[in-house]
Design a protein. Structure first.
Length: 255
């Protein structure tokens, strides 16, 4: 993925990692469109960052995704990058159905169906461009499970394999597939995560991601150094130690 000269849509970028990357990508010379559910936040972003466009979208709603895609493409016919940023992370207790079924269903809808629907809404637009990118967002927890978030872990593992598979299917097209694999980052993804001593500072994470994209334009998995403990436990042969360490640390240690 080239670092500038793109037109980029980032649904789920009204805060946290999404907003931090939107700001940096805009500053790097890209046209950036931020998507989100809350109009007040979108208006605030537009006011604070002249030049960043905004579109209302609810990635849990197929109709909202379709309507937003029509709007974004009409306003930005040269759109060539989609970053499927929106996601949720909630704890679950699988001892009783009341402790997990509703949460699990909502997590799958947001974290897995959302990206699938987004890619479906934009794939023809992206394939028509001479150079385009789909950036998915998985997690270090795609590779090592956190006990309290089973469905989150599962959806992020699914996003990893979806990314791998799409890369194969689109290999003969103009569309590149890049997977962003964050560690725990100091955002409000979960209560208390911003204050967790295990969470990577947001600015540090976003700056390292931008550095990787700049230095390695052909990268397929964007991995900051802090996520590699989780990402490569199985390859190193210390997966059991990784899982034990993760689950005896702070609950936000690898969100």
């Amino acid at each position: 993925m080239r670092i500038s000269g793109n037109t980029i849509f980032i649904p789920g970028a009204t805060s946290g990692i999404g907003l931090a990357l939107a700001e940096r990508l805009h500053d790097a010379g890209n046209t950036v469109i931020v998507g989100g559910r809350r109009r007040a936040l979108l208006d605030e972003i537009a006011a604070q960052h002249p030049g960043i466009d905004t579109v209302r979208i609810d990635t849990t709603d197929a109709a909202s995704i379709a309507a937003a895609a029509t709007e974004v493409i009409a306003r930005h016919p040269d759109l060539n990058v989609l970053i499927t940023m929106a996601g949720v992370m909630r704890t679950e207790d699988w001892k009783t159905p009341a402790g997990f079924v509703e949460i699990a269903e909502a997590t799958v809808t947001t974290n897995l169906l959302g990206p699938i629907r987004l890619i479906g809404a934009f794939i023809e637009q992206l394939r028509a461009q001479p150079d385009s990118t789909i950036m998915t967002v998985s997690s270090g927890l795609a590779f090592a499970p956190l006990r309290v978030t089973p469905t989150y872990n599962a959806t992020k593992a699914a996003i990893h394999m979806l990314s791998e598979s799409l890369r194969l299917q689109l290999a003969d097209s103009t569309v590149r597939v890049v997977e962003l694999e964050p560690p725990s980052v100091a955002t409000d993804l979960m209560p208390g995560q911003q204050q967790s001593p295990f969470a990577m500072p947001l600015d540090e994470f976003a700056d390292e991601v931008m550095s990787i994209l700049s230095d390695e334009p052909e990268v397929t998995e964007v991995q900051v150094e802090r996520v590699k403990f989780l990402r490569y436990g199985e390859a190193r042969g210390d997966y059991a130690r990784v899982v034990e360490t993760l689950n005896h640390a702070d609950p936000h240690a690898a969100a």
